[in-house]
Design a protein around this ligand. Structure first.
Ligand code: FES
Ligand code: FE
Length: 332
């Protein structure tokens, strides 16, 4: 039997904010139906349940103090482990064991704040070392709040056959409707595929757009992260990172950013403008799909060879829900 959605995904790291959004004020987040709060401590970042154990005040109105977070209502202060360490109204009395918040694992990496709701994460954060050596520039899109499940969003990003249909008018090439056979590599933390796609470049000065054979490398880290490298022949390589935060089984928010060579002038502005147009094409299709929750099985829909990558992703997510390794051969 597959484990319930929230339970199976609680043991993974999920993004809840861009680092730049988290300043001196605590920040609310929603993850897998849980309301939480993150804040900056003297030594890093911390996350707990959002509402105070005393009278349910919103801890987003509170204030970080040293390692802890102080509630705005009566000044109770909680440590990063969720335990209350100070009750100002009766300083000399022992603090009740019940004065405690649920505390979550919290980390900061790749310009994102990540939370794991379980005490023991079952997988590490994605490995994207190129984002940490300082050689690349990055640019982020505004948050993508789509009314769709994180799994459906992942499947549309991984869908090879939709490029020539959904992305007409941006980079999709309507002349290339057939999908040549491609392989998908499975590994312990996800999937990897490489395809070559004859993308259409932007039309310059009214001239017809040029076909640019672009190598697309998809690297999936389960459950909801994908790194997608675009290697065109006429332009520079850039890499897109899409990381979804599952707010619930049917709704997600996506953190979407891109790395590129810092010498490409105006790349950031160009990227944001063109990518928002491309993603709007995806959003309209994805939000219309039913069921909204990511199907775990294969019975309700029809699958063809061209869907290989989304099929492999669905298979891996089904394994995850069953508590099996994504490259488990029993999932054939
Ligand atoms: Fe938070 Fe009273 S409600 S200290
Ligand atoms: Fe798309």
């Amino acid at each position: 039997m597959p484990r319930p959605y929230e339970e199976a995904l609680a043991a993974f790291w999920h993004p809840v904010a861009f680092s730049r959004e988290l300043n001196e004020r605590p920040l609310a987040f929603r993850l897998l139906g849980v309301d939480g709060v993150v804040w900056r401590t003297a030594s890093g970042v911390a996350a707990t349940q959002r509402y105070c154990a005393h009278r349910g005040a919103d801890l987003c109105d509170g204030e970080p103090v040293g390692e802890g977070l102080r509630c705005a209502f009566h000044g109770w202060t909680y440590g990063v482990d969720g335990g209350c360490v100070r009750v100002p109204s009766q300083l000399s009395a022992p603090i009740s064991q019940k004065a405690r918040l649920a505390a979550y694992r919290c980390a900061e990496r790749y310009g994102l704040i990540w939370v794991c709701l379980s005490a023991t994460p079952s997988a590490p954060l994605p490995e994207w070392p190129e984002l940490e050596d300082g050689a690349l520039a990055t640019v982020a899109l505004p948050l993508l709040d789509w009314d769709v499940s994180a799994g459906r969003m992942m499947e549309i990003v991984l869908d090879v056959a939709h490029l020539s249909w959904v992305h007409r008018g941006t980079f999709g090439n309507p002349e290339q409707q057939e999908v040549p056979a491609y392989d998908v590599e499975r590994h312990a933390s996800g999937l990897r595929t490489r395809i070559v796609y004859p993308a259409l470049g932007p039309s310059i000065g009214g001239a017809p757009p040029r076909v640019d054979k672009t190598t697309l490398t998809y690297d999936v880290t389960l459950p909801f992260s994908v790194r997608l490298e675009f290697k065109p022949t006429l332009f520079y390589t850039h890499t897109v990172y899409a990381v979804a935060q599952p707010l619930s089984e049917e709704k997600m928010r996506c953190f979407y950013f891109c790395s590129y060579h810092p010498k490409i002038r105006n790349f950031g502005e160009m990227f944001v403008k063109s990518e928002l147009a491309i993603l709007e094409q995806d959003r309209r299709i994805a939000e219309g799909q039913r069921p909204k929750a990511h199907p775990l099985g294969f019975d309700g829909e029809v699958h063809v060879k061209a869907d290989r990558l989304p099929i492999e992703y669905r298979r891996a997510m089904a394994a995850l829900r069953l508590g099996q390794a994504p490259d488990d051969p029993r999932m054939e």
